[in-house]
Design a protein around this ligand. Structure first.
Ligand code: PEP
Ligand code: MG
Length: 595
C-alpha cells in the first residue's frame, strides 16, 4: 500500500525517484570549562571562527549571486548581519569570560537562548529567521570545533528525492539540480529563504509535511508532485499510472502553452480578457513575457526588503521597476507598494512581535508610518513611469484617508522630481488592492479616489472568513467560493463598473478554471495569475463563454453554500471544458458525469 502525504507545494513540477534521507544537525558539544589562563585563548578561537564563517558566507553569497541573481545572493545577509550582532557575538564572549566556558559551549548556550526567545513568537517570518540562525549555529560550531563543513550538499549516487527535516539556504545554493530532482521536508514555509532558492533553481518541492523524515526510508521509491503538494511513498501500479499520465499531460501542456503564448486570451464569444502575470521577483518578468503575459498585474516588492540589512535605496528600486517596465513596453505593469507585516518582516524595521500580525501593523499601515521606507519607493515608482505604463497599487487599504495620505505624498514627490528636472509621467494610475471586507463594502467611497481596483482574494478570503491563510489545519475552511466572498467580489465589480474604473483579480483563485469562469460572469475582464499558470488559464478562457458565465453567476449569487456555488459554476461550464483535468489539483468536488 502506498503512503500518501499532503503538505504545501512550493515549487512546481512532478518527479519520480528514490528517497535520499538527509540527516544533518548540530554537533555534540562536550560540557567543559577552561582554566582561567585559557579564557582569552577561547575568546580568540571564537573570534577566528566568526571571521572564517563570515568568509564562508560571503563566498556562498557571491556563488548564489552568480548562479541565481543578486537578489538571491542577499539571502545570506541575515546571517552575515547576525555575525555583527552584539546579542550573538558579544554575549558569547561574555559567557566565555564570565563562566570560563569553551568557545563552543558558550556559543551553544547563547544560540539556545536566542532560539527559545524567538520560538515564543508564533510568527512565520521569525520562524524563517530561526532557520537562518540554525544554519549559522551549525556552521559556526563546526568552525570552532575544526570539523568539516556539514552543510555541503549531499551527493546521492543517482538522481533522488531529498527528504530532510528542514534545509538551509547555504545547503540549497550548492545543490546539483541534476542529482536532486525533488525535495520533501517536515518544516518550511513558502517564504523560507531556502524555499525561495529552491524555486529559483526549479527543483519541485513540498514542505510542511510534519513527519516525512519519520515515514520515509533511504532508497524507497517515491513520487513527488510540487504543484498539488503531495508525496507518495512506495507508489503502487495505479499511482504510477496516474504519475505517468500527469507527466504526459504536463508535456502536452508545455507544448500547448508554447502554442498558446502567441494567441489572444479571448472568450469563445469574443470577449477579450487582459491576462497579466503575478511576479514575486522582478527576474521572473522574462519568463512571464515568454508565456504570453500581457503585462504584470501584481509585482510584489517585498523581496527587495525582507532579509535585508538596510533599506533598499531609490536608485536600486528604480532600476528593478524600470527593467520590468521595459520587458513589457506596450502593457501595464502594476507594482504593489511594500506589503510588510503579516508574515513578512524586514530586519531593519525591528518590528515588535504582535499577537495577531495579520490584523496588525501591516501593508499600507507600515508604509504610512515609515516614510523613510515608503518615500524612496514612491519616487522610484514615479521615475519608472517614464519608461512604460507603470501603475502603483496600495495593499490592504481599508479607508479613504489612507489613499488621500498616499496621494498627498505622491504629489510632494512629484513636485520634488519636477524641481530636480527628473522625468516621470504625471498621467500614471494609482490603484487599490481590495483585500478586506471593509474595503469591499466601502468600495463606492474608495472608487472616487482610485484609478483601478484589483481584488486580492488571498487576503479577502482570509479576512472575510476569519481563516488564517497560513494555517494548514484550517485549509478546509479557506474557501474562495464561500457565498460571502462571492457577494463581496460582486459588489466590488459592480461599483468599479459604475465608477468607470478597471477591476481585476490577482489572488490565486484567478488561476482556478472555476474562478476564471466566475469572474467572467461578474464582468471582470482582467485577471492576473502566477506566470506558470498563464498558458492553462488562457486555454480555459478561450473555451468559455461570457454568456454562460453570467447565467451561472446569477444562480450562484443565490446559493447558500460554497458547494452550491461550485455546483452552479460546474453546471454553467457544462461540456465547454473538461474539468476533470483540473479537479485533483483544485480539489473540486464534481458531480458524477452523466453516462
Ligand atoms: C492577495 O491577497 O490576494 C494578494 C494578491 O496578495 P498576497 O498574496 O501577496 O497577500
Ligand atoms: Mg494580499
Amino acid at each position: 500500500m502506498s503512503i500518501v502525504r499532503d503538505g504545501f507545494g512550493v515549487s512546481e513540477g512532478i518527479v519520480e525517484g528514490t528517497i535520499h534521507l538527509l540527516n544533518w544537525g548540530v554537533p555534540e558539544v562536550a560540557h567543559s570549562r577552561v582554566e582561567e589562563g585559557q579564557v582569552e585563548e577561547e575568546v580568540g578561537r571564537f573570534q577566528q571562527a566568526v571571521e572564517e564563517t563570515r568568509a564562508d558566507l560571503e563566498r556562498l553569497r557571491s556563488q548564489a549571486s552568480e548562479r541565481l541573481g543578486a537578489l538571491e545572493g542577499r539571502i545570506f545577509d541575515p546571517q552575515l548581519l547576525m555575525l555583527e550582532d552584539a546579542e550573538v557575538v558579544d554575549r558569547t564572549i561574555e559567557y566565555i569570560r564570565e563562566n570560563r566556558l569553551t568557545a563552543a559551549q558558550a556559543f551553544e548556550w547563547r544560540i539556545l537562548e536566542l532560539q527559545a526567545q524567538w520560538n515564543r513568537t508564533f510568527n512565520p517570518m521569525v520562524l524563517d529567521r530561526l532557520n537562518d540562525l540554525e544554519d549559522l549555529h551549525v556552521r559556526l560550531l563546526h568552525r570552532i570545533l575544526g570539523l568539516p563543513d556539514p552543510l555541503t550538499p549531499p551527493t546521492p549516487d543517482a538522481p533522488a528525492i531529498l527528504v530532510a527535516h528542514n534545509l538551509t539556504p547555504s545547503m540549497v545554493v550548492q545543490f546539483d539540480t541534476g542529482l536532486i530532482r525533488g525535495i520533501a521536508t517536515d518544516r518550511g514555509t513558502r517564504t523560507s529563504h531556502w524555499v525561495i532558492l529552491v524555486r529559483s533553481l526549479g527543483i519541485p518541492a513540498v514542505v510542511g509535511l510534519d513527519t516525512i523524515t519519520q515515514l520515509a526510508r533511504q532508497g524507497q521509491e517515491a513520487i513527488l508532485d510540487g504543484r498539488i503538494g503531495r508525496i507518495i511513498l512506495e507508489p503502487d501500479q495505479q499511482d504510477r499510472r496516474i504519475f505517468r499520465g500527469r507527466v504526459l499531460q504536463l508535456k502536452e501542456w508545455e507544448e500547448e502553452v508554447r502554442r498558446l503564448a502567441t494567441l489572444e486570451p479571448v472568450t469563445k464569444d469574443g470577449q477579450p480578457i487582459a491576462l497579466r502575470a503575478n511576479l514575486d521577483l522582478p527576474s521572473e518578468a522574462g519568463a512571464a513575457r515568454d508565456h504570453g503575459a500581457q503585462g504584470v498585474g501584481l509585482l510584489r516588492t517585498e523581496f527587495l526588503v525582507v532579509g535585508r540589512k538596510t533599506l533598499p535605496d531609490e536608485e536600486e528600486q528604480y532600476r528593478e521597476y524600470r527593467a520590468v517596465a521595459e520587458t513589457f513596453p506596450t502593457y501595464a505593469v502594476v507594482v504593489r507598494t511594500f506589503d510588510l507585516g503579516g508574515d513578512k518582516f524586514p530586519m531593519f524595521l525591528h518590528m515588535p512581535p504582535e499577537e495577531n500580525p495579520f490584523l496588525g501593523w501591516r501593508a499600507i499601515r507600515v508604509c504610512l508610518d515609515e516614510p523613510e521606507l515608503f518615500r524612496p519607493q514612491l519616487r522610484a515608482l514615479l521615475r519608472a513611469t517614464a519608461h512604460g505604463d507603470v501603475r502603483i497599487m496600495l495593499p490592504m487599504v481599508n479607508n479613504v484617508d489612507e489613499v488621500l495620505q498616499v496621494r498627498a505624498m505622491l504629489k510632494e514627490e512629484e513636485d520634488r522630481l519636477s524641481e530636480q528636472g527628473i522625468p516621470f509621467n504625471s498621467g500614471y494610475k494609482l490603484g487599490l488592492l481590495i483585500e478586506t471586507p471593509a474595503a469591499a463594502l466601502d468600495a463606492v467611497a474608495l472608487a472616487r479616489h482610485a484609478d483601478f481596483f484589483s481584488i486580492g482574494t488571498n487576503d479577502l478570503v482570509q479576512y472575510t472568513l476569519a481563516v488564517d491563510r497560513t494555517n494548514s489545519r484550517l485549509a478546509g475552511l479557506y474557501n474562495p467560493f464561500h457565498p460571502a466572498v462571492l457577494r463581496l467580489i460582486h459588489q466590488v465589480a459592480r461599483v468599479a463598473r459604475a465608477a468607470g474604473i478597471e477591476v481585476s483579480v490577482c489572488g490565486e483563485v484567478a488561476a482556478n478554471p472555476l474562478g476564471a469562469f466566475l469572474f467572467l460572469g461578474l464582468d471582470i475582464h482582467s485577471l492576473s495569475v502566477a506566470w506558470p499558470a498563464l498558458g492553462e488559464i488562457k486555454k480555459v478562457i478561450r473555451e468559455l463563454r461570457v454568456e454562460d458565465a453570467r447565467k451561472a453567476v446569477a444562480r450562484a449569487l443565490a446559493a447558500g453554500s460554497a458547494q452550491e456555488v461550485v455546483d452552479c459554476l460546474v453546471e454553467g461550464i457544462g461540456n465547454s471544458l473538461d474539468l476533470s483535468a483540473f479537479a485533483g489539483r483544485w480539489n473540486l468536488r464534481l458531480p458524477p458525469r452523466p453516462r
